[in-house]
Design a protein around this ligand. Sequence first.
Ligand code: NAD
Ligand code: TDX
Length: 344
Amino acid sequence: MTQPDSYTPRTVLVTGGAGFIGSNFVRTAIEEQRFTGGIVVLDNLTYAGNLENLADLKDAFAFVHGDICDADLVRKTLEDHAVDTVVHFAAESHVDRSILGPLVFTRTNVLGTHVLLEASRQRDIGKFIHVSTDEVYGSLGPDGAFTENTPIAPTSPYSASKAASDLIVQAYAKTFGFPAVITRCSNNYGPFQFPEKLIPLMITNAVRDLPLPVYGDGLNVRDWIHTTDHTRAILAVLARGVPGEVYNIGGLNEWTNIDIVRLVLRLLGKPESLITHVKDRLAHDRRYAIDPSKIRADLGWEPLIAFEDGMRQTVDWYLARQEWWTRVMTGEYQDYYKKQYFSR
Ligand code: NAD
Ligand code: TDX
């Protein structure tokens, strides 16, 4: 066991703070009054970023509308707001989009992370949390789980870009003693998730009696965790995570995709006849499973939200917030949906 650190952030830059997980982090940190110097959100509001996610809290944080690849803007933001801590969520995050258009993934996830790191190093940032992903480990066979020592072996342009940024962060920690900590979490679910991802896509299609497109045989396995439990894990890593270390985050909650889809249908009272098997995703990782022993033992974190409760809350949220998901699904998303699903 590595001795836990003790760190008190003052002013925290949250990149990607108006996306799904970033906005949950900002919300939780504000509600729990975590940072005495406040929060600055830097986000260029892609299709996946939406300030409406934080509309009720708009006076409780500073917002900078901009791109993490813009070195001058990043430098100025760190300086103007006297930022001492960075939590880096901003990314292109959807595997299917990385198959349709990979280059923006390298730009944002690799170049953007590098620009942010370099600007942070030059400012002597006290702690930098890099939000990586379990996808950097690639695909598992039927047994075992990813530990922090599992070799990095990504398979999609998305996971390769996350792996590249993860390795650059490690290089900064090793070469410069830069105080970065890496987290690698499993699949998140919860309110405000963009409806391109499995669970909200299935909920929003089922509500409208549209087909539920299951890739391949539906037996791929994902390890699900509520986004608020992920946020709590990042807060624990921020306070006590050891610089240079990697922490896996997961809830020991493996499900096949088909069982997830059946659960959504059961919670909505919709028939299984809506399920449609479609052509498989290219290089579709068969199974992810996280071994969270290290964060549990070293930092005392554990998930608090039981999956059935979290899923019930999530389904209820999408039922109550139909105006949110109809709005985010207009325009660009309709083009994406046609490309992704209509020729499958
Ligand atoms: P998301 O797509 O919902 O949000 C990404 C946010 O980043 C959006 O607000 C977007 O506008 C912003 N962004 C994108 N490009 C940007 C740029 N160039 N400059 C500034 N902002 C930019 O993603 P998410 O699901 O909330 O994921 C957040 C992070 O967590 C990502 O780094 C992702 O790799 C990681 N992660 C996600 C999951 C998951 O299940 N969703 C699991 C593990 C790790
Ligand atoms: O329409 C669909 N049908 C389907 O069968 C979609 C959108 C997905 N799937 C399958 C593919 C995966 O096996 O469901 C599973 C989950 O898919 P996604 O929600 O796209 O997530 P995944 O590819 O597992 O990646 C997620 O977890 C790790 C996040 O999107 C990443 O950002 C995170 O790093």
